[in-house]
Design a protein around this ligand. Structure first.
Ligand SMILES: NC(=O)c1ccc[n+]([C@@H]2O[C@H](COP(=O)([O-])OP(=O)(O)OC[C@H]3O[C@@H](n4cnc5c(N)ncnc54)[C@H](OP(=O)(O)O)[C@@H]3O)[C@@H](O)[C@H]2O)c1
Length: 265
């Protein structure tokens, strides 16, 4: 079974990079990190490590992969943690020689978690199989979902992009009304409280990461968002026209979708 001498994290000074550095070190691995201000350069790290992980903001991921890809040695593993998978995985395949193994990864959690138990990591194996067994072993406490980069991005168009869009639109609407937030808390229902807590959590984070999730997913922009818009308009018309029949139909369609999905498993 393959074992790395060194794991390298480019962007290892950042939040996810730091979390995974501690994680790998807790498993007994030696970890090297690089960022824009570290003495160790990204290229030197790529040259020295058996497992090279790119964990930088989405908008510089492809550029960094192109810079370091040629330095990753044959039989080593190149992977990334970016929230979108199609472009980074294509770039990793393009930038490396055929002997370098490539796996796209997306941890479906932020750096605030205590451990991998009950967390999900999506893996998109793109070239080679030997390091996948090692990853399955080190990430054994997590739930692993194996898929293609394209399917990952289509699913994330709903799970992340559409959900965040809804939160931002809801938060902006409330912020533009004249109620003070403290009043809304006093009158809040369980539904409102859950949603509002999520909106508070989202808007306390770095808007650039969330911007990239909105801007850089073609399936989201071309299919999901226009469809959402169409149904928003439809719902608005139903409400304006006080059309109870159409409103009930909308409810029932969602209920049928959910029950058919559950019964098919
Ligand atoms: N945060 C999350 O909840 C989360 C969850 C899943 C996946 N991700 C993905 O994980 C990746 C990292 O996210 P993060 O939250 O850890 O971001 P972050 O805290 O902003 O860290 C980004 C890291 O990238 C480095 N960096 C930025 N530009 C660079 C450049 N040109 N060259 C080299 N290093 C550069 C920064 O280093 P210096 O500033 O030290 O130069 C820093 O170490 C992103 O792709 C994101 O999509 C994040």
């Amino acid at each position: 079974m393959k074992e790395p001498d060194f794991i390298g994290i480019i962007g290892g000074t950042g939040r996810m990079g730091q979390w995974f550095k501690s994680f790998f070190e807790s498993k007994g691995y030696r970890v090297l990190i690089s960022g824009r201000k570290t003495k160790l350069t990204n290229q030197e790290l790529a040259r020295r490590c058996d497992v090279v992980i790119v964990s930088v903001p989405i908008n510089v991921t492809v550029k960094i992969i192109e810079e370091i890809g040629p330095y990753v040695r044959g039989n080593c593993l190149l992977m990334d943690f970016t929230s979108l998978k199609t472009e980074p995985v294509r770039a990793m395949l393009r930038a490396t020689n055929d002997k370098v193994e490539v796996i796209g990864a997306h941890p479906l959690f932020g750096p605030g978690i205590c451990g991998l138990k009950e967390q999900t990591i999506v893996l998109c194996p793109a070239r080679g199989k030997t390091w996948l067994d090692w990853l399955k072993r080190v990430f054994k406490e997590a739930r692993l979902e194996l898929t293609t980069p394209e399917e990952h991005d289509q699913i994330m168009a709903v799970i992340q992009a559409l959900t965040h869009f809804l939160f931002i639109a809801f938060g902006t609407t409330v912020a533009n009304l004249s109620f003070c937030s403290e009043t809304l808390q006093r009158y809040s229902t369980p539904n409102f409280r859950v949603l509002w807590e999520r909106i508070i959590g989202l808007t306390s984070q770095n808007p650039e990461i969330y911007g990239a999730i909105q801007f850089d997913n073609p399936f989201y922009k071309e299919r999901v968002l226009p469809l959402f818009w169409k149904h928003l308009e439809k719902l608005k018309d139903i409400v304006s026209n006080q059309n109870q029949k159409a409103f009930t139909e909308m409810f029932k369609k969602i209920e049928n979708y959910i029950s058919s999905k559950y019964s098919s498993k």
